[in-house]
Structure formats: C-alpha cells, structure tokens
Design a protein around this ligand. Structure first.
Ligand SMILES: C[S@@+](CC[C@H](N)C(=O)[O-])C[C@H]1O[C@@H](n2cnc3c(N)ncnc32)[C@H](O)[C@@H]1O
Length: 218
C-alpha cells in the first residue's frame, strides 16, 4: 500500500532518458524491417477477415493482457470493431467473456501486427496502449514502445492514441517521442474510479498515481 499515492516503479532514471530524442529521430529516419514471424502473418489474416466483415470504426487495444479493456471498450462503443492484441496465450486464455459481440482477442506481437496493418493501409480510430511493461532500467529504453524501431508506425496507424502507466516518466517519454513524430500530446493524471484493465484495478487498489498520455495528429 502506498499511502502517498506515489509510484511503485523503481528506476535508475529520474527524468526523461537522455538518449530518447536521438533514438526516436534515428528510428524516424529508417523503416523497421524485421521479418514478420509466421504466427504474426496468421494473426494479420484473422484481422483482415474481421475488418472485411465489419464496417464500423476500428479500435485497437495493444498489449491487452486478459482483454478486460477490450471487452469494456466494445460495450462502450457498440458500433466499433475492437481488437485486443497480446503475445501471451496464457493471459488471453484468462479472458472473462462478455455479451458484446464486437470485440476479438488476437495472439500476436503488437509491433509486427502494426507493421502489417500499415502496409495494408489499415487505420484505426482509437488506439489504446494500457500499462505496457515499463522496462524501468535505463538500459532498457529500446524495449519501451517509444524506444522501439516500430514506434513511428503508431503515427501511420492513426487515430487517437492513449497510453496509460503508473510510471510518470514512461508517459512523459511517450509524449516527448510523439511530439517528435509531429503529434499533439497531453499528459494528465488519471483517476481510475472505474478501472479499464486488471493492472489499473490493482494500481488503483494500492492508491498508486496513474498517468495518461493522449496523442493525436493536430
Ligand atoms: C503489464 S501487462 C498489461 C496488460 C493489460 N493492458 C492491463 O493493463 O491489465 C503488459 C502486457 O503486454 C504483453 N506484451 C508485452 N510485449 C508484447 C508484445 N511485443 N506484443 C504483444 N503483447 C506484448 C504482455 O503479454 C502483457 O500481457
């Protein structure tokens, strides 16, 4: 329990990483070309079939874990197709099914699925990235979403992006990196009265401060 409502993330960073801007600019100057693994190609075929069968807007829930947020977003936006992606079969298996029919959980690597979506000219209306692994050690910058070579794909995928974390530095870094992509950003503290995800529920129960970055094209 954290009575002051501070973060429980331990890091050897006290502010935005010194290498962030250089790294993002390097990734913006090239195209990520890691070959797509076969299982991510299969996942994309599934997504294309879903998109063909649905005419409403697409909401992406990347790193969806057990898919609690995917189902919640689907019930809040019944006209949308909500696709949750996570690489963990175990987490996806633990999904608690709801009555909404407009959502689907797909097992795959988000980065490879984003790359295929961009190649297929798929755009999303909203893109949620909720409580991604923070990789809090300084040396792990490249493992964070905004430090990965696939990061510029997020702009091409379009839509209103929402990243949540219990580590303010992560959200600040995501905002700074998104600004380098030319997106407008806003960082705010978040009050999770009705938690969207299991991690959010856990953090809220521990009175941890939560943060959100919203990023979109102006
Ligand atoms: C901290 S959990 C958050 C899950 C959920 N969003 C929540 O808030 O409860 C991070 C999730 O990201 C998934 N993950 C990590 N790297 C991934 C990747 N490259 N592609 C897809 N999923 C990934 C993990 O399997 C895990 O379920």
């Amino acid at each position: 329990m954290n009575r002051e409502g501070s973060t429980n993330v331990h890091s050897n960073q006290s502010s935005i990483h010194d290498d962030l801007a250089r790294l993002v600019q390097k990734h913006m100057a090239s195209t990520w070309q890691e070959p797509t693994p076969p299982h991510d190609r299969e996942a994309m075929k599934e997504i294309i079939a879903l998109l063909k069968a649905h005419k409403g807007p697409l909401i992406l829930d990347s790193f969806c874990g057990t898919g609690m947020s995917t189902a919640k977003l689907a019930s809040q936006q019944p006209k949308a197709l909500v696709i949750g992606i996570d690489k963990s079969a175990d987490r996806l298996r633990r999904h608690v099914h709801t009555q909404s029919r407009n959502y689907h959980l797909i097992r795959g690597n988000c980065e490879h699925i984003w790359a295929q979506m961009v190649s297929a000219n798929v755009v999303c209306a909203q893109h949620y990235l909720l409580y991604p692994n923070p990789w809090p050690k300084k040396a792990h910058l490249k493992r964070r979403i905004h430090g990965h070579p696939s990061f510029p794909l997020l702009k091409q995928l379009g839509g209103a992006i929402e990243v949540r974390s219990n580590w303010k530095i992560y959200v600040d870094e995501f905002a700074a990196a998104s600004q380098l992509l030319g997106l407008d950003t806003q960082v705010e503290s978040l009050s999770a009265t009705d938690p969207l995800t299991l991690f959010e529920r856990k953090y809220a129960a521990n009175s941890e401060n939560l943060w959100v970055c919203r990023a979109a094209l102006a």
